[in-house]
Design a protein around this ligand. Structure first.
Ligand code: JFZ
Length: 394
C-alpha cells in the first residue's frame, strides 16, 4: 500500500473503439447502437499515431506516478491480444503501453469492466444497448467464466500488475442488475490475489471496501471515513472517453486545487485522458497535463509522500503534511495575511515553496500565545512550507 499513498497522483486512460465515435465511452448504450451499427468503429479503429512513450512522457512531466488503463470497457472491446475473443485490437496495444510506463519508473494498473455489451452470454439489463429488446436466454455463468478467463490472461501475460480497477457492481439497481453473485466476485478476487500477490484491488467488485475506495468525480468533503486509502478519479472535461465536441474543460488551476484538496484529505487523484482514435492525446489535454507539471516541478514535495495534516487549515486553505513538513496551500488569492491557529510554537518560519524565499511569521493575540500570523503574501503564492517542530520541542 505504501507506494500507492506515496504516489498520490496517477494517470487514468480510457481508450477503445468508442474513441472513433468521439462522443463518450457509453455511446453504444446511450444511443442503443446494435453490434452492426457499432461495428463501424471496430472496423475503423487502427491508431496509426499510437506511441505510448509519448503518453508516458506527458505523465512523468505532470508528476504522475502510476497508470490505470482500460483493458476492456463496457463495450467488450479488448486492447490486448486475448485468446478468448476476436473482439480485440488488430495488434496488442496493452503490452507496449505497460512497457513504456514501466521503463519510466511508473507503476501500472488495469481497469477491467465487469460489464460486456458485446458478449453473447451477457444477460440483458438496465444499461445494455439492447435493453428494449428481448435478448433471449443467456447464461451469466458462461459470461463469468469468460470474464474470469480474461482477467487470468491479463494477470499472467503482462508481468507485474500493481492495481486492478474493476468496474462496476450495480446489484439491486433495477432490471438485470448485476453484482458480486453474478460476477462471482469472491472467486475472482481470490484468483487475482493468487496470481499477483501484493496487487491492490479497488472497491467495485461489490464485496465491500477493497484495498482502496474510488469516489468518482466527487470529492468526499472530509475524505473517506476511517482513513482508508482512497482514490478520486477525475476527468479533464466531464468525459472519460475521447469526446471531440465536449467543451467543459477544467482549467489548470482548478485541477491543481483538486489535487491539493484530495491529498489534504489523505487521498490519491487519478486524472483521466481519453486518447483519440489515432492514438494521440489531444492538445487541450496536453496543455493541462503540462500546466500541472509546471506547478508540480516546484511543489511536488507537498504532494508525493504527503497526506492529511494533524492541523486544521485556515479558511480557503489546505494543509498537506509530510513528516515534520507542513505545506500551507492557499486556494484563493490574493490574501494579504493569514491567521495560523493552533500551531503553537511549533512553527519557526514560513518559506514560499515556489522560490524558497521566507516570509516572517508574527505571534499575535498575547492572550492566545499559540496563534501565528503571516503578512504580506504576494499575489500569486499558492504554497508555503511551514517546518513544524516535533511536539516535545518548544
Ligand atoms: C464507471 C464507468 O461506467 C465509466 O464509463 C467510467 O469508466 C468510470 C471511471 O467508471 O462509471 C461509474 C461507475 C459507478 C458509479 C458511477 C459511475 N457509481 O457506482 O455511482
Amino acid at each position: 500500500m505504501s507506494w500507492f499513498t506515496e504516489a498520490r497522483f496517477g494517470l487514468f486512460i480510457h481508450w477503445g473503439i468508442y474513441a472513433a465515435a468521439a462522443r463518450h465511452e457509453w455511446v453504444k448504450s446511450y444511443e442503443r447502437l446494435s453490434d452492426e451499427q457499432y461495428r463501424r468503429y471496430f472496423d475503423h479503429f487502427d491508431p496509426d499515431l499510437y506511441d505510448p512513450g509519448r503518453w508516458a512522457d506527458e505523465a512523468v512531466n505532470a508528476g504522475m506516478k502510476y497508470l490505470v488503463v482500460t483493458s476492456k470497457h463496457h463495450d467488450g472491446f479488448c486492447l490486448w491480444d486475448s485468446d478468448l475473443t476476436d473482439y480485440k485490437a488488430r495488434r496488442d496495444l496493452l503490452a507496449p503501453m505497460l512497457d513504456a510506463f514501466r521503463e519510466r519508473g511508473l507503476r501500472t494498473g488495469l481497469y477491467y469492466s465487469l460489464l460486456d455489451w458485446h458478449h453473447p452470454e451477457f444477460p440483458n439489463d438496465l444499461y445494455h444497448p439492447q435493453r428494449d429488446e428481448d435478448l433471449g436466454d443467456r447464461d451469466i455463468r458462461k459470461y463469468a467464466d469468460y470474464m474470469h478467463g480474461q482477467v487470468r490472461e491479463l494477470l499472467t501475460r503482462y508481468g507485474r500488475i500493481d492495481t486492478m480497477w474493476f468496474d462496476f457492481s450495480y446489484a439491486g439497481r433495477g432490471f438485470g442488475a448485476k453484482g458480486p453473485d453474478e460476477w462471482r466476485s469472491a472467486e475472482l478476487e481470490g484468483m487475482v490475489r493468487e496470481l499477483q500477490p501484493g496487487i491492490l484491488i479497488n472497491n467495485r467488485l461489490g464485496l465491500g471496501g477493497g484495498d482502496f475506495t474510488t469516489p468518482e468525480q466527487v470529492m468526499p468533503p472530509g475524505g473517506v471515513p476511517g482513513h482508508r486509502p482512497w482514490e478520486a478519479c477525475q476527468t479533464l472535461n466531464g468525459s472519460w472517453g475521447y469526446h471531440r465536441d465536449n467543451h467543459d474543460w477544467k482549467p489548470v488551476d482548478l485541477l491543481v486545487k483538486m489535487l491539493v484538496d484530495t491529498v489534504s484529505k489523505g487521498g490519491n487523484m487519478l486524472l483521466n485522458v481519453g486518447p483519440d482514435a489515432r492514438g494521440e492525446f489531444e492538445p487541450r489535454a496536453i496543455e493541462r497535463l503540462r500546466g500541472i507539471g509546471t506547478w508540480m516541478r516546484l511543489h511536488a514535495r507537498s504532494i508525493h509522500g504527503a497526506g492529511a495534516s494533524e492541523f486544521e487549515a485556515p479558511q480557503d486553505c489546505r494543509y498537506t503534511q509530510r513528516g515534520d513538513r507542513l505545506y500551507l496551500h492557499l486556494l484563493s488569492w490574493p490574501m494579504k495575511h493569514i491567521h495560523l491557529p493552533g500551531l503553537g510554537r511549533r512553527v519557526a518560519y514560513a518559506q514560499f515553496l515556489h522560490d524558497a524565499s521566507e516570509v516572517p511569521i508574527e505571534e499575535i493575540d498575547p492572550k492566545e500565545p499559540f496563534h501565528h500570523y503571516l503578512r504580506g503574501l504576494p499575489e500569486d503564492t499558492l504554497t508555503l512550507r511551514l517546518p513544524v517542530t516535533r511536539p516535545d520541542v518548544t
